[in-house]
Design a protein around this ligand. Structure first.
Ligand SMILES: Cc1cc2nc3c(=O)[nH]c(=O)nc-3n(C[C@H](O)[C@H](O)[C@H](O)COP(=O)(O)OP(=O)(O)OC[C@H]3O[C@@H](n4cnc5c(N)ncnc54)[C@H](O)[C@@H]3O)c2cc1C
Length: 361
């Protein structure tokens, strides 16, 4: 495919990775049409407006994707890890909060403006549907995020996650927490930016009952003097079913963003992977070999991190009481040092979109 110019390319999904792919293609001279199931850009209205937290190398990522996304990312100054109620302050350097929505202050609005400037065309309320699958030209980009129907359509293995979500207005910023408890196999977390908060307590592959939500709210009230009245039960797909989940191409179609498996399999961070994956998907339209090499580079640690999580971490994770006792014996300073060292090692051994700020070298 190398060397072709002015192709007509369709992108399904006007979320972050689809918009980045669309902009990069339009800038290179292609005619790009983005089809989105919602009434506007900015991701799924089931979850957004939302605020997400991610470790990120902002400068390297912006340079790599060819878009300065730094105005949309806001430094997190403090993160607390809670083992039940035991608080351990985490190193926050290199972590950012970002708004996902169609509001002007969101990452999506920044990317959408870029797309309009590059003459990308949009069709809203336009779903990718089963009947058209066989007719899609090779090189069509699929950037449908965490929508399980899209995974089913394309035969992509996934895990369903379930959780309780609360979102709304808040005057706080620069803070986030992560909460571990046995009633979930993942975590509860909150983040803030642009006058919004987003709070989610979730598990992979199993439902989260109302009792667990009550426990989380008790923790919030006791440890953080915070509570929200409104909670919704939500679910979605993540391509974390197997160590070999990540794949750029399926039957000639280009996978982009979360659906490609470009995410961190340990913490579930998807922002850094979606950013980078938009660029790689655009590259695949022109040169599939180069794009596959790049995709393999960025996901090279997926399998080992996936195995570590299943073979080691879930065992530890099911005994938060023991982790809590250990941390209490060690004391906050030594616990923090151990965690900081773990994060440092994880980042060193990790690639985009791993458990790390991006390394584009
Ligand atoms: C609730 C929640 C909380 C998260 N928290 C964090 C976090 O704190 N940190 C972090 O790093 N990551 C987080 N993630 C993951 C991260 O948000 C995603 O990985 C990232 O948004 C993926 O970008 P994307 O471009 O793949 O998909 P999205 O940005 O979700 O865009 C997908 C788009 O495709 C559209 N679409 C879906 N199906 C169709 C269809 N059939 N036809 C046409 N259009 C379709 C959707 O409406 C949407 O606009 C979270 C995800 C969720 C859902």
């Amino acid at each position: 495919m190398k060397g072709l110019r002015r192709k007509e390319v369709t992108v399904y999904g006007a979320g972050m990775s689809g918009l980045i792919a669309a902009y990069n293609l339009a800038r290179e001279g292609h005619d790009v049409l983005v089809r989105e199931r919602e009434t506007t850009f900015g991701g799924s209205s089931m979850f957004n407006p939302s605020t997400h937290v991610t470790p990120l190398d902002l400068e390297a990522t912006s340079a790599y994707i060819g878009i300065d996304v730094s105005p949309a990312f806001h430094a997190v100054e403090s993160i607390s890890l809670y083992l039940h109620d035991l608080r351990i302050p985490l190193p926050a350097a290199g972590s950012y909060a970002v708004e996902r929505s169609s509001r002007l202050s969101s990452l999506d609005a920044l990317l959408y403006e870029k797309c309009l400037g590059a003459e990308v065309e949009f069709e809203f309320e336009r779903d990718l549907v089963r009947d058209e699958l066989g007719d899609l030209p090779p090189g069509t980009i699929i950037a449908c995020g965490l929508n399980p129907e899209a995974y089913d359509l394309l035969g992509i293995p996934y895990i369903t996650w379930y959780g309780w979500m609360s979102r709304g207005e808040a005057d706080r910023s620069g803070y986030a927490w992560i909460w571990l408890d046995e009633c979930i196999n993942e975590y509860g977390y909150i983040s803030y930016c642009n006058g919004l908060y987003y709070d989610l307590v979730f598990s992979y592959g199993r439902e989260v009952d109302a009792e667990c939500l009550q426990r989380y709210r008790e923790f919030m009230r006791g440890a953080e003097d915070t509570d929200h009245a409104e909670w919704e039960y939500v679910s979605g797909a993540v391509p974390l079913a197997a160590p070999d989940n990540p794949r750029l191409l399926r039957d000639g179609l280009i996978m982009c963003g979360t659906i490609s498996g470009a995410m961190d399999p340990f913490m579930g961070f998807g922002i850094s992977g979606a950013l980078v994956s938009g660029k790689v998907a655009a590259m695949a339209v022109e040169d599939t070999t180069a794009a596959e090499e790049e995709f393999a580079r960025f996901t090279r640690n997926f399998a080992s991190v996936h195995r570590f999580k299943h073979e080691v971490w879930y065992g530890l994770r099911s005994r938060v009481d023991l982790l809590e006792e250990l941390a209490a014996v060690l004391g906050p300073q030594r616990s923090l040092r151990l965690i900081a060292e773990g994060i440092r090692k994880g980042r060193k051994g990790s690639a985009i979109p791993g458990f790390s700020p991006v390394s584009c070298s």
